[in-house]
Write a protein that binds this ligand. Structure first.
Ligand code: PLP
Length: 217
């Protein structure tokens, strides 16, 4: 059970529980299943596919406290829908997408919360100036009035090589703290799925995206 797992990791490593936010990843789950999760007290859901998610978001509209996080790959022709239906967009990886989200975010909604998706593995090979490209994207986003830059999101590759795996988490953590130094609005490191909860919490993640461990139980 993910809650127990998280609690044990927190206890063993003296981390602070109240700072960790859980996103239930509900891709491929239907609206009835999600409704059960809402009734059990879950308020944040992560969705990967725009078409599929909007049907569910509309069906569950009456639950006004529920926040929807877009965590899938973004195509530019989907940005309008994302800007209309989601509170968070976690997978912004280029300026073009940020510009479109900013343009399409309806004025009657608060700014959409944005996380920059970083690739902690690719940066092992690229080394050196990888931080600069994220800094530049962060600065652009921070200047857009309909976006609220909240931090970064990452999806580490599964590596048998423990050193490469550790470097990924180190890189992600490093990028997070570098950007946080420059932007007061940054408070979120979205890192960790059902299979890497421990590595992620140790890398100071404060937002976990859990799918299987929530819905398969
Ligand atoms: C599916 C998914 C998750 C959840 O993964 P689980 O292994 O089911 O916990 C988290 N983040 C992203 C981006 C995903 O696509």
């Amino acid at each position: 059970m993910y809650k127990k797992k998280i609690q044990n990791i927190i206890k063993d490593n003296n981390l602070s529980l109240k700072k960790i936010k859980i996103i239930a990843v509900s891709k491929k789950q239907n609206a009835n299943v999600i409704e059960q999760a809402i009734l059990s007290g879950i308020n944040n859901f992560g969705e990967n596919y725009v078409q599929e998610s909007i049907i569910k978001i509309k069906k569950l509209k009456k639950y006004q406290d529920v926040k929807w996080h877009f965590i899938g790959k973004i195509q530019s022709n989907k940005t309008k829908k994302i800007a209309h239906y989601f509170s968070w967009c976690q997978t912004v990886d280029r300026k073009k997408i940020a510009i479109l989200l900013n343009k399409f975010r309806p004025v009657y909604l608060p700014p959409i919360n944005v996380l920059i998706q970083v690739d902690g593995f690719k940066e092992i090979k690229n080394n050196k100036n990888y931080i600069e490209k994220y800094q530049s994207l962060a600065t652009s986003i921070s200047l857009m009035p309909n976006l609220n830059l909240r931090g970064i999101m990452a999806m580490p590759l599964i590596k048998k090589n423990i050193t490469e795996s550790n470097i990924q988490y180190e890189n992600i953590k490093n990028i997070f703290f570098q950007l946080k130094k420059q932007h007061a609005s940054i408070d979120t490191l979205s890192l960790g799925t059902s299979f890497d909860i421990k590595e992620s919490l140790l890398a100071t993640s404060n937002m976990l995206r859990i799918g299987r461990d929530i819905f398969n139980k």
